[in-house]
Design a protein around this ligand. Structure first.
Ligand SMILES: NC(=O)c1ccc[n+]([C@@H]2O[C@H](COP(=O)([O-])OP(=O)(O)OC[C@H]3O[C@@H](n4cnc5c(N)ncnc54)[C@H](OP(=O)(O)O)[C@@H]3O)[C@@H](O)[C@H]2O)c1
Length: 331
C-alpha cells in the first residue's frame, strides 16, 4: 500500500489570513465538497483533489450533512479519504460541516431546530469518522425557528466538544445581527459567515459583508466562480460532463444564459490581458476585499483546482481594470 506523504513545500504555496477577530488562520482558497465528492462521482479523482489541495497549503475543507448525492456521501467519502491518507494530519486541517437543509424524512430532518442540529452533527461525525469539526454552521435560517434556539444549539455543540468554532450561512442581515449578538453573549462568538459572493452575485456588498466585518466575524465566499459560469467552461456552449449538463448538478442549463455567457466572454478577454484564466481573475476579484477571509472553490478535476490556486499569483487590479469589470457587470 502506498502511503501518502504531503509536500514539504505546502505552507509556502498558500497565503493565510486570520478569520475575523480570531486566532484561526484560514487559507485564502479553501476547497468545497458540495459537488464532485458524492457517491455518483469518481472516488479516485476526489482523493487526488484533496491530496493536491493539501499539498498546496489548502488546509480548509468545507462539507455539509447533505452534500453528495446521495446526501451524506460527500462526508462518508471525505472520511474515507482522511482515514486512508491523512491520519497523521488532522491537526493541520480545518474541517467544517453544516446542518439546516433537507437531510432525512420527517419534521426534524431539515430545519434549524435544536433537534435537527444536535442529531445532524452526530450523524456527520459518524460519517466522517471525526471526533470533532473545527467549524460547525447553521446552514440557513429556516423561516420559523427562533434564532435564539439555533444559536443556543450551536453554542452547546461547542461546549459538548463536538465543534471548536461556529458559523452562520445565508442568514438575512437583520437575523445575522441577532445571531452575532447571541453567540457573543454565549461566549461562542461567530467565527465566520458563509455567503454566496462572486462577480455575478454582489448582494452581500450592501449589508452582509460590512456587518460581518463590524462584529469581527470572518467572511468566506461560496460559489465564487458562479458554479462555473465565471470560467471558460461555458464560453462555447454546455460541454458534456459539466455541472450544467449533469442531472445531479445544481447549475441548470437554463441558467447558462446568453447574457451571462456574453459577460463571461468580455471578462475572459480582460483576464487574458492580465495573463490569467477567467477563473483566476474571478477569484482574485473576490479576494481583493480585505474583509474576505477565504473563497471556497469547487472543482471537478485536479487541473481545475491547480488552475484556481494560481489565482494567488496575481491579485492586484488597477483602477482601470476595476472600472472595466464594473462596466461589464453593469452593462
Ligand atoms: N453555504 C451554502 O449554502 C453553500 C452553497 C453552495 C456552495 N457552498 C460551498 O461552496 C463550495 C463551492 O461552491 P461551488 O462548487 O458552487 O463553487 P464554484 O467555485 O463557483 O464552482 C465550481 C465549479 O466551477 C467549475 N470550475 C472550477 N474551476 C474551474 C476552472 N479552473 N476552469 C473551468 N471550470 C472550473 C467546475 O464545474 P464543472 O463541474 O462543470 O467542471 C466546478 O465544479 C461548495 O463546495 C460548498 O462547500 C456553500
Amino acid at each position: 500500500m502506498v502511503t501518502y506523504s504531503p509536500s514539504e513545500e505546502r505552507y509556502t504555496r498558500m497565503d493565510y489570513r486570520y478569520c475575523g477577530r480570531s486566532g484561526l488562520a484560514l487559507p485564502r482558497i479553501s476547497l468545497g465538497l458540495w459537488h464532485n465528492f458524492g457517491s455518483v462521482d469518481d472516488f479516485g479523482v476526489a482523493t487526488d483533489m484533496v491530496k493536491y489541495a493539501f499539498d498546496h497549503g489548502v488546509t480548509h475543507f468545507d462539507l455539509a450533512n447533505n452534500y453528495g448525492p446521495l446526501p451524506g456521501s460527500a462526508e462518508s467519502n471525505f472520511g474515507r479519504i482522511l482515514k486512508e491518507n491523512f491520519r497523521s494530519y488532522r491537526d493541520e486541517m480545518i474541517i467544517s460541516s453544516k446542518a439546516g437543509h433537507e437531510m432525512w424524512p420527517g419534521p426534524y430532518g431539515g430545519n434549524s431546530s435544536r433537534k435537527n442540529l444536535m442529531a445532524s452533527i452526530d450523524q456527520s461525525l459518524r460519517r466522517t469518522g471525526l471526533d470533532y469539526f473545527d467549524i460547525f454552521y447553521s446552514h440557513r435560517y429556516d423561516g420559523v425557528t427562533p434564532v435564539e434556539e439555533t444559536m443556543q444549539a450551536l453554542s452547546d455543540i461547542v461546549r459538548q466538544g463536538k465543534a471548536l468554532y461556529v458559523g452562520i450561512s445565508k442568514y438575512p442581515p437583520h437575523l445575522a445581527r441577532k445571531a452575532y449578538e447571541l453567540l457573543a453573549e454565549a461566549g461562542t462568538p461567530c467565527l465566520i459567515s458563509q455567503y454566496r459572493y462572486s462577480m455575478f452575485d454582489r448582494a452581500v456588498e450592501a449589508e452582509t459583508l460590512p456587518l460581518a466585518a463590524s462584529v469581527g466575524s470572518g467572511f468566506i465566499a461560496f460559489s465564487p466562480l458562479a458554479q462555473g459560469l465565471l470560467t471558460d467552461r461555458y464560453l462555447h456552449g454546455i460541454p458534456e460532463g459539466s455541472r450544467a449538463s449533469r442531472t445531479t448538478g445544481f447549475l441548470k442549463a437554463d441558467q447558462v444564459t446568453a447574457d451571462k455567457v456574453e459577460r463571461a466572454i468580455r471578462l475572459n478577454e480582460l483576464a487574458q490581458r492580465r495573463g490569467q484564466s477567467l477563473a483566476q481573475m474571478a477569484l482574485a476579484w473576490v479576494l481583493k476585499d480585505e474583509r474576505v477571509t477565504s473563497v471556497i472553490v469547487g472543482a471537478s478535476s485536479v487541473s481545475q483546482l491547480g488552475n484556481n490556486l494560481q489565482a494567488l499569483q496575481n491579485q492586484d487590479f488597477s483602477a482601470e481594470e476595476l472600472a472595466l469589470v464594473n462596466a461589464i457587470l453593469d452593462a
